[in-house]
Design a protein around this ligand. Sequence first.
Ligand SMILES: Cc1cc2nc3c(=O)[nH]c(=O)nc-3n(C[C@H](O)[C@H](O)[C@H](O)COP(=O)(O)O)c2cc1C
Length: 362
Amino acid sequence: MNTIGTSLRLTLFGSSHGPGVGCVMDGVPAGLEVTVEEIQREVDLRKPAALIGTPRAEADRVEVLGGILEGVTTGTPVVLYIANHDTDSSKYERFRTVPRPGHADLTALGKYGDAADLRGGGQFSGRMTAPIVAAGAVAKTMLATIGVQVAAYTQRLGRLVDDKERCLKEVRRAARENPVRAADPELALEMVNEIMAAKEEGDSVGGVVRCLAEGLPIGVGEPFFDSLEGELAKMMFSIPGVKGVEFGAGFRGAEMRGSEHNDPFTIEGGEVRTMTNHAGGILGGLSNGMPLDLKVAIKPTASISREQRSVDLEQMEDASVKIEGRHDPSIVPRAVTVVEAATALVLADMCLRGDFIARKHR
Ligand SMILES: Cc1cc2nc3c(=O)[nH]c(=O)nc-3n(C[C@H](O)[C@H](O)[C@H](O)COP(=O)(O)O)c2cc1C
């Protein structure tokens, strides 16, 4: 379905090559200051970088269709819209017969039959994440009212890994200053080269986005089934191209002893903290006051320019497919913006649900 969230409900609409994409956000408190410029700034961060991506001829422009009046939320649904431009659907017709490996053509045809909209990947396109990013900007202003901040960066790109411990402040600063959204400027250069090398070989490269959130109070989450981990994981797996989600030590925890994995408690500045953060800021499905530490694995872009093996669904025989058009050799840098926004949306929803965020601000 196309709606997510309980107290803050986000509904997406549109498709990659239709008139546009957008969202309706229900539950946004009244009286929050949020300008279209702020939303636009976030959406601009999602666009492909010149060197390593394939920019659209015309930049995305966010329109506010409701819920914000003179830079202040009114309490009615916030409706955001981004028109599609520069679309060429002709290249996608062939994928009805010869589906692209790694893409959703075959599964979409299986579910929706001939009516499936495969133009530009239809509803399965990364384009659907543009309104998520726009909505994330509004969610961030909700979180700011209680001092919660969210920041993401490229932690791994192919074989290149940034294994340094990072705080949110340095991530916020560094990751907006290079095209791969890395926290380390030197590693960023290597990552650019990694993407270029894959591109030259007609290939693509995946990676890991790490997202941190600081300032969360203890107790955000609604166990049993709406645990903070569960809600975040569901949102992350809705992002196209996401194939893994990990909190704190995650899968590494399976190799540890309890004595190593347990985060010892300590008192710091009159508050209970933990000395390590293998739990990733969540215990029992509830935030524990430590930074949320979330990692999201992004697969290498499915659309590569090399010839690939597929099948001809009319002839029911093996076939090959060559994909033309606009595709990023790595979606990881763009996914950084998306993961950050998606995290902000879940945290805003869960903080509203738990009465940590007020429903009226004036
Ligand atoms: C911001 C963003 C941009 C994307 N751009 C592309 C792209 O240019 N080419 C492509 O093959 N996949 C792209 N994807 C991923 C596909 O949409 C996705 O892999 C495909 O729909 C199959 O879904 P799945 O990988 O989640 O199973 C993008 C994803 C995101 C988040």
